[in-house]
Ligand binder design. Structure first.
Ligand code: NDP
Ligand code: 2IT
Length: 444
């Protein structure tokens, strides 16, 4: 059996009931076969792959808090500190009822390669809790965040581990967590990113994941003789990533016709009104059923369906495994040119294969959504120098990081004879830097 297969089998055996983690490991290891084959003896001797796929540390803890009715609630929190070879652990905090150790490990594993691809000095980590923010009052959110941070604060710090937002964790939650960290540790330091602008946040961090997604997609399309301008775009999700992907797509001259949340989806043939979407989701925290009140000619459909609409470019920006083989078939039948992942692992493996076999340009999340964490690293830099950059400076840095990132993954794919396979390119390019650092630092 090949070294890659041995390591994969062992991961499945030793980590049962973690299908998303297995999926993420399999995708990366499959891409790395040519690199592993070229270095098999040394990698085996140093147990390089075993060290890569096992987190340095995983922390699981209890989060007790009292709801508005005076009842005690208990949630489970996690922080997986996966790999610190190239910098302090860095990665978001997901608050969603579906969170479990396997989900956090898949996200932490992906984060290692994504962070490496940014070219910035950040290691990989991820955390979160099985808390459901939906329907909670502002006070309940605050009490949960304070209890969560009371425990998490023991394991993080500006030079050790720097969490940020993810599903269910936005500016409000980061604010409450930051306040509690400062209260407990007595440190005003860059321990979280995605902070408010009045207390150390970076301009462009709110927009960064969605904007970065469009910058890299634009670069990829230009490189292959296409243009985002004039394209019809389908987006899933209606959260942080989706909203700013839609905003930048419109700015670049595309027409975005869909968005979704976990209950249903919107089709707006005249183009999504991003100001209305922001008011519904960011200000009023309502469901997408409200969109029709702003745009009477739009349609709201219950359930899934964004990928059934005719489009040139698709941006899945909600959650893992939301774009399946059937969806990929619909997209191809409707003539899609490109799919770029705003979310982490939103496309199932068979759907990725189908898209690639049908010559659809496909950008994996660890490359396409890296603008968020890259701008988080810029926030860390600003905190260290105790300065705040202008919007223009942060945005132009973000753009150049995404353009460089595209050429890095394109180059890695070409180097191994897989021109245009950006999945392989991203995994290989992300891996190379981490492995170089791991080798230099010995068996740790
Ligand atoms: P938000 O919480 O802001 O928004 C999430 C959106 O996805 C909401 O519209 C939500 O709908 C929908 N969604 C979440 N879970 C599900 C589900 N199980 N089924 C259907 N829809 C769902 O999160 P973000 O926009 O920050 O994150 C979206 C994705 O992007 C995630 O995969 C995240 O890991 C990834 N990502 C985020 C980055 C960031 O900077 N925020 C950076 C890089 C990647 P509803 O409101 O109904 O739950
Ligand atoms: O998945 C991700 O890259 C994020 N949720 C952002 C992480 C970060 O540290 O900004």
């Amino acid at each position: 059996m090949s070294y890659v297969d041995e390591v994969y089998e062992r991961i499945v055996r030793e980590n049962p009931n973690e299908p998303e983690f297995h999926q993420a490991v399999k995708e990366v290891l499959d891409s790395l076969r040519p690199v592993v084959q070229a270095n098999e003896e040394q990698f085996r001797r140093d147990a390089l792959l075993e060290r890569l796929v096992n987190p340095e540390r995983q922390i699981k803890f209890r989060i007790p808090w009292i709801d508005d009715n005076g009842n005690v609630q208990v949630n489970t929190g996690y922080r997986v500190q996966f790999n610190s070879a190239i910098g302090p652990y860095k990665g978001g905090l997901r608050l969603h009822p579906s969170v479990n150790l396997g989900i956090i490990k898949f996200l932490g594993f992906e984060q290692i390669f994504k962070n490496s691809l940014t070219g910035l000095p950040i290691g990989g980590g991820k955390g979160g809790a099985d808390f459901d923010p939906k329907g909670k009052s502002d006070r309940e959110i605050m009490k949960f965040c304070q209890s969560f941070m009371t425990e998490l604060s023991k394991y993080i710090g500006a030079d050790t581990d720097v969490p940020a937002g993810d599903i269910g964790t936005g500016a409000r939650e980061i604010g409450y967590m930051y306040g509690q960290y400062k209260r407990i540790r007595g440190l005003f330091e860059g321990v979280l990113t995605g902070k408010g602008l009045s207390y150390g946040g970076s301009l462009v961090r709110t927009e960064a994941t969605g904007y970065g997604l469009l910058y890299i997609t634009e670069e990829m399309l230009l490189h292959n003789g296409h243009d985002i301008k004039g394209k019809t775009v389908a987006v899933s999700g209606a959260g942080n990533v989706a909203i700013y992907a839609i905003e930048k797509a419109i700015q670049l001259g595309a027409k975005v016709v869909t968005c979704s949340d976990s209950n249903g989806w919107v089709y707006d043939p005249d183009g999504i009104d991003v100001a209305a979407l922001k008011e519904i989701k960011e200000v009023k925290r309502q469901r997408l059923t409200e969109y029709k009140n702003y745009r009477p000619d739009s349609e709201y459909h219950e359930g899934k369906g964004v990928w059934s609409v005719k489009c040139d470019v698709a941006f899945p920006c909600a959650t893992q495994n939301e774009l399946t083989l059937d969806d990929a078939k619909l997209l191809v039948a409707n003539g899609v040119t490109a799919v770029a992942e705003g979310a982490n692992m939103p496309t199932t493996p068979d759907a990725v294969d189908y898209l690639q076999e049908n010559n659809v340009y496909f950008l994996p999340g660890k490359a396409a959504n890296a603008g968020g964490v890259a701008t988080s690293a810029l926030e860390m830099s600003q905190n260290s120098e105790r300065l705040q950059w202008s919007f223009e400076k942060a945005d132009s840095k973000l753009k150049s990081i995404m353009v460089d990132l595209f050429h890095r993954i394109d180059g890695a794919a070409k180097k191994y004879g897989m021109d245009g396979n950006y999945v392989a390119g991203a995994n290989i390019a992300g891996f190379e830097k981490v492995v170089d650092a791991m080798n230099a630092q010995g068996i740790v």
